[in-house]
Design a protein around this ligand. Sequence first.
Ligand SMILES: CCCCC/C=C\C/C=C\CC/C=C/CC(=O)SCCNC(=O)CCNC(=O)[C@H](O)C(C)(C)COP(=O)(O)OP(=O)(O)OC[C@H]1O[C@@H](n2cnc3c(N)ncnc32)[C@H](O)[C@@H]1OP(=O)(O)O
Length: 328
Amino acid sequence: MNTVIRSQLLRFSVGRGQQFRFSTAAANGNDLVIGTVDETLGIAMLTMNRPPANSLSLEMNEAICTSLKTMESNPKIQSVILSSSNPKIFSAGLDVSELVSPHPDRLPKFWNSLQQLYLDLYGSRLAVVAAIQGHAPAAGCFLAMACDYRIMSSGDIGGEGGGDMKKRFVPTIGLNETQLGIAAPPWMGQLLVRTIGFRQAELALAMGTLFPPDRALSIGLVDAIESEQHGAESTIIEGLSELLPSISKDQASNPLMQKAFKQATTFAKIPPHARVASKLVTRQSHIHDMIATRDEDTAHFCGFVTQEAVQKNLIAYVEAMKSKSKKK
Ligand SMILES: CCCCC/C=C\C/C=C\CC/C=C/CC(=O)SCCNC(=O)CCNC(=O)[C@H](O)C(C)(C)COP(=O)(O)OP(=O)(O)OC[C@H]1O[C@@H](n2cnc3c(N)ncnc32)[C@H](O)[C@@H]1OP(=O)(O)O
């Protein structure tokens, strides 16, 4: 957590399938985010790459924002696929270690970076397609909701275990904050209301419901579900392989990724001014409300998270998470 990460754009080359990367001084030496662009098709791919769970730290939030802004600054790019290098986790939401015994200077900075991520993603001029291959709890769900289109994996046989005892892998999505003893911030909760409607959101927020793919589809939390059983070589779509970063090349025959690619291509063909104007019609008021209450929201968050009772819940939650992971 104390590792200082320099997030700096090293190389941004455009053209078919060329990549740009973020240099990070993280202990594991990994790039937090990998971006690729294809100017001919007008689409880009932003792959989250923060093992083990793509949780959102201050540096991760900033890396996503910087990457998105860089893509936006290229007038030839109209849409972007937001994906994960982890085939089972889209994003596990906020990095809980940012919330436990937080440093008083870092906590507001962290929250500001999340607010900025919301503003940049929800208000992006680009059409963003979320390729949700795995779990998307809490702020992972928020990330997906801030996109323009969501495609979720239907889950598959053979996700875990081996031989005849293979278990079915079923990813889930939702704002489960109440299960952690915290509440989703108002703007995040409102995003759920805007996505699935008042009553469904009211219930889901109170219960902290994590929805499996079929339920997420039926309530409109995602727009499509797709199997991840890789198709035959012949079903490979031109351009996708080049757009995938080198760590995800095996995803070219993944039907979910193919669907995301087709959707991004469709978005890229819509006259951009009309598409962006229509996006503002539905999103501008929510963005303005958030900006107007931003400082208040930060103060509220910092006050809420540092309460003794909340810290106690969070510590117990993190311990349970770690012991579950150790038992595997
Ligand atoms: C009344 C007034 C209200 C006002 C409100 C005002 C302000 C609001 C206040 C607070 C709002 C705060 C908002 C919070 C939103 C959030 O996002 S909180 C984070 C919530 N995230 C979760 O709960 C997810 C936890 N993780 C999981 O459930 C699972 O890991 C998974 C994603 C389903 C994946 O499961 P799987 O079995 O595949 O993997 P593991 O569990 O073994 O995990 C692997 C590895 O990853 C680490 N990890 C997982 N999640 C996180 C995380 N969120 N942060 C950090 N690290 C995480 C896990 O520990 C394992 O690591 P390892 O032990 O090193 O292997």
